[in-house]
Design a protein around this ligand. Structure first.
Ligand code: AGP
Length: 620
């Protein structure tokens, strides 16, 4: 999950590449580097360990100049976090430079062969093996596009690669093999841009071409020529991206996460836009390729995802089973394909895979979708990134979140939008299955229409208490989150948010399970966040809170405004408005996001780029 950028045109390539890397730094921030070429000065390579700001400082001291260049931000997989392992890497002649996102699974075997041929290596990376192999074939073919073609045939694993050669200084060569993050090519006026993610080039163009698996592209300032790995030429469509570049900027906010938390009311409006017809009590999902007949046949859904998106899948199970009475199984995508799932059932077409992913590039989720395709089962993807691989792999069609770019590594607005997208899908299924009549759908639509305003209320009204509680508890080293039924995944999500940005060890648990073990952890130093909004399991939740109090745990409850019983039982109550119980998780999670954010800020953590993490995980 590295960030890749390339440019060829009339502008200063260093500027364009650095700007792109700034927009991509959330993908990896162990080290960064650029390679720029100018016919007079020659090839200029600059690399540095750590944040992009270190590279920017180096470029101030040793500026580069040229109109063709590539740049990379690294999330280390092979080889330690050192300058020698930073990208770009070069071939033996030093004329070819390479950046890569992904893993060469057979790099040791290839390296062994190249060592026997007398090649030497300066780094421990798999990327340098690509560079040496490219140089090896370039010596034979004297054509970088063809050398890339030969090289790709030997690589195993998912890889996105960009390279250029000083002997062909008017072109970049980009290639995609498997699922290691996409490659977008931006079309400008007599200039071309390459990036692993849309926000990197959104300030320059909205017209993008997305490379498919096994595509090789030769990119000149005025043309893009794409060839398949089997040598056949192919045209790829140009997508016009609706996202506005401002959305990818921090504005006056200190952190993207803070901005994205505050953007949730707008994002919730955008995920609903054009999809709810209150007059007729109907739901329309514009990109869904399954009609009523297809949807009516579905009897079983496998929901699969990773991390926060997996929590959304757990919530989706409650929504779909309750509203459409269709059975849902939820799998971690990283476990899904390796458990050799039995997807097909006796009758054809009654199974669907529902993949949920913000980036649309998470390699495990993509692999789960391919497993579905291999077993002839259609998949639908709830996805944010426009034109991403998951969106293109979903033969049942994507359900876009329209949340705009999410830059903070800790997912917030994408999560609440995923819950609403899953709710819309559940209603659409119920509409096709006839488990809900138009009047009932109208009532659900009414709850949806009120949700963005209620989310704005939660942000404004609970922020002061979340900050106060963060001040009180930011020094703890453990925390427990408890919820039941549809709020158990919200307990998991609250714990994940706190873990990933404040590094406090936190666990989410079904409250009823607490007495079977984790209750042993509870003492006066343990904050226990309990989600206790009203539903059919409220009384049970109250007695769980009493069990925590009996062990002197510090109870912070998420509950309805004015809930006196809860105020009596808990040390602190964060009050949220009431909505439909199936939508309540959307409101309940927001204070948990804000609490985690302020705890991390008070602990001086790098909120937007937490250690060891990256925004989209494109390696297994
Ligand atoms: C969440 O805050 C994390 N960034 C991470 O768990 C994330 O949800 C997971 O990697 C899945 O990403 P995706 O939604 O882009 O597939």
């Amino acid at each position: 999950m590295c960030g890749i950028v390339g440019y060829v045109g009339a502008r200063e390539a260093t500027e364009v590449v650095l700007h792109g890397l700034q927009r991509l730094e959330y993908r990896g921030y162990d080290s960064a580097g650029v390679a720029i070429y100018d016919p007079v000065i020659g090839l200029q390579l600059r690399r540095s360990v750590g944040k992009l700001s270190n590279l920017q400082q180096r470029l101030l001291n040793e500026p580069t100049h040229g109109h063709i260049g590539i740049g990379h931000t690294r999330w280390a997989t092979h080889g330690g976090v050192t300058e020698i392992n930073a990208h770009p890497h070069r071939d033996a002649s030093g004329a070819i430079v390479v950046i890569q996102n992904g893993i060469v699974e057979n790099y040791l075997a290839l390296k062994g062969r190249l060592l026997e041929l007398g090649y030497q290596f300066e780094s421990q990376t798999d990327t340098e093996v690509i560079a040496k192999l490219l140089g090896h074939y370039y010596n034979e073919l004297r054509d970088l596009g063809r050398a890339m073609h030969r090289t790709l045939q030997e690589l195993r694993g998912g890889n996105a690669i960009v390279a250029f050669c000083i002997h062909e200084p008017d072109q970049l060569v980009a290639a995609r093999l498997g699922n290691a993050g996409g490659i977008a090519i931006g079309i400008g006026n007599d200039e071309r841009f390459i990036a692993s993610d849309i926000p990197a080039i959104l300030d320059y163009t909205r017209d993008l071409i997305f490379l498919e698996d096994r595509d090789i592209a030769v990119v000149r300032r005025d043309s893009v020529t794409i060839m398949r790995l089997d040598g056949t030429p192919v045209e790829r469509p140009i997508h016009r991206i609706a996202w506005d570049p401002v959305a990818a900027a921090k504005g006056d906010y200190r952190h993207f996460m803070q901005k994205e938390i505050d953007e949730q009311p707008r994002a919730l409006m955008d995920v609903l836009r054009g999809r709810i017809d209150q007059e007729h009590g109907r739901i329309e999902l514009e990109d869904l390729r399954l009609n009523d007949h297809d949807l009516r046949r579905i009897r079983r859904i496998y929901a699969t995802a990773c991390g926060t998106a997996w929590h959304a899948a757990l919530v989706a199970k409650f929504m779909i089973e309750h509203l459409a009475r269709v059975r849902v199984e939820v799998d971690y995508a990283s476990e899904f394909r390796y458990r050799n799932p039995i997807l097909q059932s006796d009758s054809e077409h009654d199974t669907l895979v529902l993949a949920i992913t913000q980036s649309g590039e998470t390699v495990d989720t993509l692999a789960a979708m391919e497993e579905a395709r291999a077993q002839g089962v259609p998949s639908v993807a709830i996805v944010n990134a426009i034109g991403s691989q998951a969106a293109r792999l979903a033969d049942g069609g994507p359900i876009y979140l329209h949340a705009g770019p999410e830059i903070g590594v800790a997912s917030t607005k994408a999560f609440t939008s995923m819950l609403v997208a899953a709710y819309l899908f559940a209603l659409r299924l119920a509409q096709a299955h006839g488990t809900l009549k138009p009047q009932q759908i109208r009532e659900h639509i009414q709850a949806l229409i009120e949700l963005p305003g209620q989310a704005a209320q939660v942000i404004e009204q609970t922020k002061p208490l979340c900050i106060e509680l963060a001040e009180r508890y930011h020094r703890v080293s453990n925390a427990l989150f408890l919820g039941r039924q549809i709020n158990y995944p919200i307990a998991l999500e609250g714990a994940l948010k706190l873990k990933e940005i404040s590094y406090i060890h936190a666990e989410g648990y079904p409250a009823g399970e607490m007495k079977h073990g984790p209750i042993a952890l509870i003492d006066e130093n343990m904050p226990v966040i309990c989600i206790a909004t009203h539903d059919h399991i409220y009384e049970k939740m109250i007695s769980n809170i009493e069990q925590v109090r009996a062990r002197h745990g510090q109870v912070i409850a998420i509950g309805h405004q004015g809930d006196e019983l809860l105020a009596e039982k808990a040390h602190h109550v964060i009050g949220v408005p009431t909505t439909h119980p199936l939508l309540q998780p959307v409101l309940n999670v927001i204070p948990l996001q804000m609490f985690a954010y302020h705890v991390a800020v008070l602990r001086g953590c790098d909120v937007d780029q937490p250690r060891n993490l990256a925004k989209s995980v494109t390696v297994e």
